[in-house]
Design a protein around this ligand. Structure first.
Ligand code: AKG
Ligand code: FE2
Length: 209
């Protein structure tokens, strides 16, 4: 896959953190965008999450499978996590690591970044399972900041995540701080039918029902 002048190469950003540019074929991206739109039409629309301190996230999100509120998972399921998405998550791990290790995600967070939206540095740490996090990106390109386990600051690496990209972080990278400091508006590929950026993360909560 070539983006402009330079091919974007598959890279292991850190041990257990694998970036596969343009992993999803265009047709699959379109299907995912359509699915994300459908999910938002139902009784559980995309919402700005209100943080305990009163801050409001600029991203709008919805959950598939087990629902997340800051900073815990609820027992409640709003929208079911479809089997085909679980299978896609397994295929993503086979791509990244050569095996899926029995990955059985029970939740997916779908984030929508309208122009100007971003996500601060954080850890995905409400999960009791150490299974990897699978991230799929659609639409506008962004800077994905991948840091360290200790704090929100340096050292970090900035990774360019584009439409169709797969990013997996597991193993020694599972509890690393990460965030999205910038999205580049208008960079979604034509024909995708998306203004902005969508990101889907699949996780195993490790919680029993
Ligand atoms: O949008 C992204 O690429 C990252 C999303 C994320 O870190 C999260 O939902 O926890
Ligand atoms: Fe995260």
């Amino acid at each position: 896959m070539t983006d402009g002048l330079f091919p974007r190469e598959r890279a292991e950003i850190a041990p257990g953190a694998v970036h596969v540019p343009a992993w999803l074929p265009f047709a699959r991206r379109r299907e995912l965008v359509d699915a994300c739109r459908e999910w938002g039409r139902g009784p559980f629309p995309y919402r700005h999450t209100v943080l305990p301190g009163g801050g409001v996230m600029s991203v709008r999100s919805l959950a598939l499978g087990r629902q997340w509120v800051p900073y815990r998972y609820l027992d409640a399921v709003g929208i079911a996590l479809p089997d085909w998405l679980v299978e896609l998550g397994r295929a993503a791990l086979v791509e990244a690591y050569g095996e899926h290790g029995g990955f059985t995600p029970d939740t997916a967070l779908v984030n929508f970044y309208a122009p100007g939206a971003r996500m601060g540095m954080h850890q995905d740490r409400e999960e009791r399972s150490s299974a990897p996090v699978v991230s799929l990106s659609l639409g506008d390109r962004c800077v994905f900041r991948f840091g360290n386990e200790e704090n929100r600051g340096r050292p970090y690496q900035d990774v360019d995540l584009g439409s169709g990209d797969l990013f997996v972080f597991g193993g020694a990278s599972r509890w690393v701080h990460h965030g999205v400091p910038k999205v580049f508006p208008g960079t979604a590929e034509p024909g995708l039918g998306l203004v902005g950026r969508l990101n889907i993360t699949l996780r195993e909560t490790g919680l029993s029902v």
